[in-house]
Design a protein around this ligand. Structure first.
Ligand code: ADP
Ligand code: ZN
Ligand code: MG
Length: 486
């Protein structure tokens, strides 16, 4: 980025609240249902119906708000946001305007080895719109179909302060927010299913200037890396406009992930006037302390706290702890593995983290599997590491065992037994192999005796080869040195 300019970024995240039924009716929120099977007069906007608020949706939003250190408003109001679109059968969306459920929170993010605090402006509750379908399978339609299954599904819109300065900040914020929500289990955050969506607002200003520049709002990014890419492009575009003597206009732009550019959708002049007003069908919601405190008491250990605990109790580095807590399922996996290993050996915390971040995640990635789908169960990874620590198998053999565990889902004890991989720690047996190796390496022995101590490595290698990697390496070293002294 041009060093003369600085970017200012604020994000609006829509996260689908994890309820079984919609926010103002009893229709199912199931994602996989046939089109237009989860609908009723309320969510399709028939005349004469009345919305009834789903209490669970409010609870889950408040839970999220508390975890983001927001103030929970005792009185909240629903507002109608008017606009016409074929996926919005009522011609207005029930949302919140000046009195949302939660306001003034914050979230810490880790960037460049440091921590930044990003302000949360507000979290409001709103209903989702339907979906327009433009193609079936690979076939593009020359008309559009409307699926109203999604209308009325509860969303929490989490609006950040314009506190981010780089695309990396934005990615770190989304990662931290998604992870927090997953810990809270208030949304599935499945981005492919549109359950965690982000609009990014971005402007630039000369470094040192206090006032914000005019912002563009970017839409249509459905991965965190997509948001980052779109921001990198858009910041550069704005800088070029300004450098060429142009002016940034306030507009909504869409990210084209194939061409990797942002394109103008509509400018401020064409912006909607939503004519917000309080929804007369819904009374203001009054939340009392009991309701809020009960939710507060129920909040589990959150990622930041878990990270500190893993660092202090399990001896993990900042980096490993960050990787492990980023996904609740991964952190649970780690702790299950550790619990199993701890029953069989000591000090396995670091090694288990190593195995996860290097071997396991690499393999899961190539196989396009999530941690929950891992063929290696957490208990089995714990046992594998315990086998290494106890000296039953060497680290090298463990990698072979791990291969089999990953490919066949077997437990390490079985693989070790089946393949006869138990490490040789019997002194007599190792001495015999070492003597053989020494006898076969007269030249190296000569070099060693002439003072080139490093030469011993070649003999160690030969012993390991002869023992098919099973000789205990510490013992091999010691025995060889003894033999060569004679
Ligand atoms: P609007 O009224 O256009 O929706 P808001 O003030 O509600 O704008 O802000 C929407 C989002 O845009 C928020 O996340 C906010 O942090 C961010 N934002 C506001 N002003 C700027 C700016 N000048 N540059 C970048 N982001 C901004
Ligand atoms: Zn319904
Ligand atoms: Mg706004």
């Amino acid at each position: 980025m041009n060093a003369k300019y600085e970017a200012v970024i604020g994000l609006e995240v829509h996260s689908q609240i994890k309820t079984d039924t919609k926010v103002f009716c009893n229709c199912s929120t199931d994602f996989h249902s046939q089109p237009n099977t989860n609908i009723c007069p309320v969510c399709t906007g028939q005349p004469g119906v009345l919305p009834v608020l789903n209490k669970k949706a409010v609870e889950l939003l408040v839970r999220t708000g508390l975890a983001l250190e927001c103030r929970i408003n005792k009185k909240s109001v629903f507002a109608r946001k008017q606009y016409f679109y074929p996926d919005l059968p009522k011609n207005y969306q029930i949302s919140q305007y000046d009195l949302p459920f939660a306001e003034h929170g914050k979230l810490n993010i880790s960037v460049d080895g440091g921590v930044k605090t990003i302000g949360i402006t507000r979290i409001h509750l709103e209903e989702d719109a339907g979906k327009l379908v433009h193609d079936i399978g690979m076939k593009k339609l020359d008309y559009s179909l409307a699926d109203y299954n999604r209308t009325g599904i509860p969303l929490m819109e989490i609006v950040s302060e314009p506190d981010m300065r780089t695309p990396q900040d934005a990615a770190a914020y989304l990662t931290a927010l998604k992870s927090l929500i997953e810990y809270l289990e208030t949304s599935d955050c499945n981005m492919e299913e549109g359950k965690f969506r982000c609009d990014a607002n971005v402007s630039i200003r000369p470094v040192g200037q206090k006032e914000f520049g005019t912002k563009a709002e970017l839409k249509n990014m459905n991965t965190i890396s997509g948001v980052e890419e779109a921001l990198v492009y858009e910041i550069q575009r704005q800088i070029e406009v300004v450098e060429n003597g142009g002016k940034i206009v306030q507009e909504t732009r869409t990210w084209d992930p194939d061409e990797k550019v942002t394109k103008s959708m509509r400018s401020k002049e064409n912006a909607h006037d939503y004519r917000y007003f309080p929804d007369p069908d819904l009374v203001p919601v009054i939340l009392d302390d009991d309701f809020i405190n009960k939710i507060k008491k129920d909040i589990p250990e959150l990622p930041e706290k878990r990270k500190q605990r893993l660092i202090s109790e399990c001896g993990l580095s900042q980096y490993d702890a960050n990787v492990i807590i980023s996904d609740k399922a991964l952190a649970d996996y780690y702790e299950t593995a550790l619990e199993t290993a701890s029953k069989q050996s000591d000090n396995s915390g670091k090694q288990i983290a190593n195995w996860i971040t290097t071997e396991l995640l690499g393999k899961l990635n190539s196989a396009k599997l999530t941690i929950k789908e891992s063929p290696v169960k957490a208990e089995n990874l714990g046992t594998l590491v315990a086998l290494i620590i106890k000296g039953t198998i060497s680290g090298k053999i463990a990698k072979m065992v791990f291969e089999d565990m990953f490919n066949d889902g077997k437990d390490p004890d079985t693989v070790v037994k089946e393949k006869g991989l138990v490490q040789i720690s019997d002194e007599g047996a190792i001495v015999a192999i070492c003597k053989e190796a020494v006898a076969e390496s007269p030249k190296i022995v000569e070099e060693y005796k002439a003072g080139k101590e490093r030469a011993i490595g070649a003999i160690v290698g030969l012993v390991m080869k002869k023992s098919k990697g099973k000789a205990n390496p510490q013992m091999v070293n010691k025995i060889l040195i003894d033999l060569l002294k004679q």
